[in-house]
Design a protein around this ligand. Structure first.
Ligand code: NDP
Ligand SMILES: N[C@@H](CC=O)C(=O)O
Length: 430
């Protein structure tokens, strides 16, 4: 007889609706290819009477009691797609303590409490998977785990917030204002309930810390990342950069260099020649450079109901396989190292400047500080390599309100020590 795995779902919003729909659509395929059946026993929501994007299958209960789901002895796998920190963590802890495997898409929670939840799952011999927490529909965590098992990742750079990329693309391509593009991203279901983390860089930072754990065996902290969002970027900046050969992207980066990890979450100018510049709209892209494979770029939808639900359900399938085989709870990606961490911002690199200040004023400053600038178009300039100090002096002296300076991605000049002091900065004319 076909074994049935009972599933409980917490949350029936954008992602939860996609899970219900995909589970129904893929039911036959799951039974045929996996040899077991997934049964959605119950769905928990906050508002029992709110309208829903999809109908529940016959026999699936709707409840407003999370507790009744996570303690239900019939349920073997709990899917958490509510969001929130405190409520979701309490639900996951209770589910794990009741011997259930848990699948979540909650990057805020995994980035901040993933370590203790993973240890609890291990003690309980349960699975805790969270593929959908990073890059929506792209199966990047499992790829890093399985396909880089014998390889060494050296560098990872990602566009990993669909909302921010959607907004920046719309501002560049159609001239929409930031506000107009944000409203469209919210309507499409890409943004968080409160989009502050999407546009402020925090969502990208949460995802980068998870990616870093999988790529380097070392999570990053928000204090190390100090993310910068994209709210200061204007439509004019995006369009001027694009005309000159760069795309403005909110980029997450972590790389190993000389025994240290260097990281950054910030808007940058990606040269058109780099494939990440072509990652448009809600698409995400994760570029991984490793010793054995070299360069690989993984792209796909970074947010949205169906694509994210697919990642959730792939985790459910693996957890269900483990239930059937009684092999639950192996640790995935434990901490492997503690390298010193520094910001990429500390490293000398080139910048794009956006300003309406007179050229003569910029030129005078550059001459005085021993670097060069090259005008690209009305408001856009490219600098030669600037030290951190030169960059800070430039912005402070011209006025934060008068200039936006975006690092040009992948323009860092190693080694650090040779060019760190402003006094020893070399004028690398462009
Ligand atoms: N949207 C996306 O593209 C992606 C989202 N994620 C993550 O997935 C999770 C869900 O996101 P999304 O579907 O967009 O969020 P939504 O806001 O669309 O849905 C949240 C759901 O959770 C329910 N819920 C919230 N709080 C409670 C509570 N205290 N008790 C019971 N139910 C509750 C809501 O119930 P009700 O409907 O009754 O209010 C709603 O059904 C988040 O962690 C998000 O970061 C990850 C990748 C992509
Ligand atoms: N709000 C997020 C959803 C997926 O994680 C995003 O826009 O990327």
């Amino acid at each position: 007889m076909t074994q049935t795995i009972e599933v409980g779902l917490l949350g029936f919003g954008t992602v939860g609706s996609g899970v219900v729909k995909r589970l129904t659509q893929a039911a036959t395929k799951i039974t045929q290819t996996q040899g077991f059946r997934l049964h959605l026993a119950v769905v928990a929501v906050r508002h029992l009477n709110a309208p829903r994007a999809v109908s529940l299958p016959l026999g699936t209960r709707l409840t407003d009691s999370i507790q009744s789901v996570v303690t239900d002895p019939q349920i073997q796998i709990v899917i958490e797609v509510m969001g929130t920190l405190v409520t979701a963590e309490a639900a996951i802890v209770t589910a794990l303590k009741h011997g259930k495997s848990v699948i979540t898409a909650n990057k805020d929670l995994i980035a901040t409490a993933g370590d203790r939840l993973t240890r609890l799952a291990q003690r309980q011999h349960c699975d805790l998977f969270y593929e959908a927490s990073v890059a929506g529909g792209i199966p990047i965590l499992r790829t890093l785990t399985d396909s880089y098992a014998t390889d060494e990742v050296e560098q990872l750079a990602g566009i990993i917030n669909g909302t921010a990329n959607y907004i920046l693309t719309a501002m560049t391509a159609t001239g929409q204002s930031y506000g107009q593009a944000l409203v469209a991203a919210q309507a499409a279901g890409y943004a968080e309930t409160d989009p502050t983390n999407d546009v402020g860089g925090l969502d990208t930072a949460y995802k980068l810390t998870i990616l870093s754990q999988f790529a380097f065996g070392q999570a990053l902290t928000l204090a190390q990342l100090k993310p910068t969002g994209m709210t200061a970027i204007t439509t004019a900046d995006c369009q001027a950069a694009s005309k000159a050969g760069w795309q403005v992207k909110l980029l997450a980066q972590v790389q190993r260099h000389a025994g240290q990890l260097y990281c950054r979450v910030a808007p940058v100018a990606v040269p058109n020649q780099n494939a990440l510049s072509q990652v448009q709209g809600v698409q995400n892209g994760v570029a991984v450079t490793s010793q054995a494979i070299g360069d690989c770029l993984y792209t796909g939808p970074g947010a949205g109901s169906t694509a994210t639900a697919n990642s959730v359900l792939n985790d459910v399938i693996v957890a269900a396989q483990h239930w059937v085989q009684q092999t639950r709870g192996p640790v995935v990606n434990p901490d492997q190292q503690r390298l010193p961490v520094q910001s990429l911002t500390e490293i000398p690199q080139t910048y794009l400047l956006f300003t309406e200040l007179p050229v003569a004023q910029l030129q005078a400053h550059a001459n005085e500080r021993h670097f060069s600038i090259k005008r690209q178009n009305t408001i856009c300039y490219q600098t030669s390599v600037l030290t951190r100090l030169q960059h800070d002096n430039l912005v402070a002296s011209l006025g934060h309100e008068n200039v936006t300076a975006l690092p040009i991605a992948f323009s860092t000049q190693w080694p650090v020590a040779a060019v760190q002091a402003e006094s020893s900065a070399v004028d690398l004319a462009i």
